[in-house]
Design a protein around this ligand. Structure first.
Ligand SMILES: Cc1ncc(COP(=O)(O)O)c(C=O)c1O
Length: 368
């Protein structure tokens, strides 16, 4: 029997292109018959989890027959103490992705909208696309930064949420404290502003906004952070949102029960206990980032200065072809031409020193 399943779905879902993740190393090895493949495609931390995290996971493994603490109580207490905030200001998700999803689902009714930058984290158009097609993308400003004034101008009486990714993925650029203050002052207080700070810990710019203290004056602000990046827990999926306790309290109602698994909770707690490792990780990333930026510029590529663990470059010609050529040399990167960032746009994550060298060598050969 044939069924027209497509007729059952909301139009926004049929129009959505599924998320395309960076290609797994094993898949590329198998397909191209390569021994050694490196992945610089998903902005992961190449250093791997801390030994203390692995021990914590091993210790908790025997308990996985039980459901985890649905309220993430111990983790919440620990992170709240670390950040100096009320525990009721925190919500955890199966990655910060889930918190983005929760915000959109909880806030937006049909006919309402969400404003974000057109060239930002791909999950915003994907998630708003399947939720009543409520996304309102706004072009970037020159210099590949968010055009905060244009984003504020896009807000109307149907806007429930504005999402600003700072620093931005995939451009690596950031908006300053002053720019943010002006922006926040221009947004009506009944519009929630979510600042996605997935790469917060990597930033070294002094005029990068410290947003936690801004929560006091802006109760409509929600900060999104993650354990996936600097903390190396991408494979476990755990991130969090910080906001006004009344707002967070409502968001809790919409998350799935037990949305953060047991191993993620213990691993995140071990990360918090070892937060003193973060500075070294950020410093090593920055050294490699700067080396990569210099090398890439030396190859004649247009390099967008980054505050993250990845770099957007513009190659001459088709980024898809460069990506394919790199793949044959065992280097997985992410072409960005489909995102309207220019035909040659390519995003390269910062890896370990030897991986970065391999990437630069491969690019040299391809571009010569
Ligand atoms: C800007 C941004 N936000 C959120 C995420 C997702 O993080 P998580 O792994 O916590 O879902 C990413 C991951 O690449 C990201 O780049």
């Amino acid at each position: 029997m044939t069924m027209d399943f497509k007729s059952l779905f909301r139009p926004g879902i049929l129009a959505t292109r599924p998320y395309t993740p960076g290609r797994p190393i094993e898949e590329v090895q198998r397909e191209l018959g390569l021994d050694k493949v490196i992945k610089l495609a998903s902005n992961e931390n190449p250093e791997g989890p801390l030994p203390a995290v692995i021990e914590a996971i091993k210790g908790a493994a025997k308990d996985i027959n039980r459901y985890p603490d649905a309220a993430c109580h111990e983790l919440t207490q620990k992170l709240a103490a670390h950040l100096g905030i009320e525990p009721a200001s925190l919500i955890f998700g199966n990655g910060s992705n889930e918190v983005i999803d929760i915000l959109i689902r909880a806030l937006v009714s049909p006919g309402e909208n969400v404003v974000f930058s057109h060239h930002s984290f791909i999950v915003y158009p994907l998630t708003t696309g399947v939720h009543f097609e409520c996304g309102r993308p706004v072009p970037l400003a020159p210099g590949d930064k968010h055009d905060l004034a244009a984003m504020a101008a896009e807000v109307d009486d149907k806007t429930k949420l504005v999402i600003v990714c700072n620093p931005n993925n995939p451009t690596g650029t950031y908006n300053t404290t002053d720019e943010f203050r002006t922006f926040l002052a221009s947004i009506p207080t009944n519009v929630i502003v979510a600042i996605d700070e997935a790469y917060y810990e990597y930033v070294s710019a002094e005029d990068y906004p410290q947003t936690l203290p801004m929560l006091r004056d802006h109760p409509n602000l929600v900060l999104l952070r993650t354990f996936s990046k600097i903390h190396s827990l991408a494979g476990l999926r755990i991130g969090y949102g910080v906001g006004h306790p009344d707002l967070i309290g409502e968001l809790h109602k919409t998350r799935a029960p037990f949305n953060v698994n047991l191993l993620s909770q213990v691993a995140a707690m071990a990360c918090i206990d070892n937060w003193n490792e973060v500075a070294g990780r950020a410093e090593r990333n920055r050294e490699q980032l700067e080396w990569m930026e210099t090398e890439l510029a030396g190859l004649g590529l247009d390099v967008v200065p980054s505050q993250t663990n990845f770099i957007l470059v513009r190659t001459p010609g088709d980024a898809g072809k460069v990506t394919e050529a790199l793949l044959h040399k065992g280097v997985i990167v992410r072409p960005m031409h489909a995102f309207g960032l220019g035909e040659g746009a390519l995003r390269i994550s910062v890896g370990l020193p030897a991986e970065n060298q391999q990437c630069i060598e491969a690019l040299k050969e391809i571009l010569s």
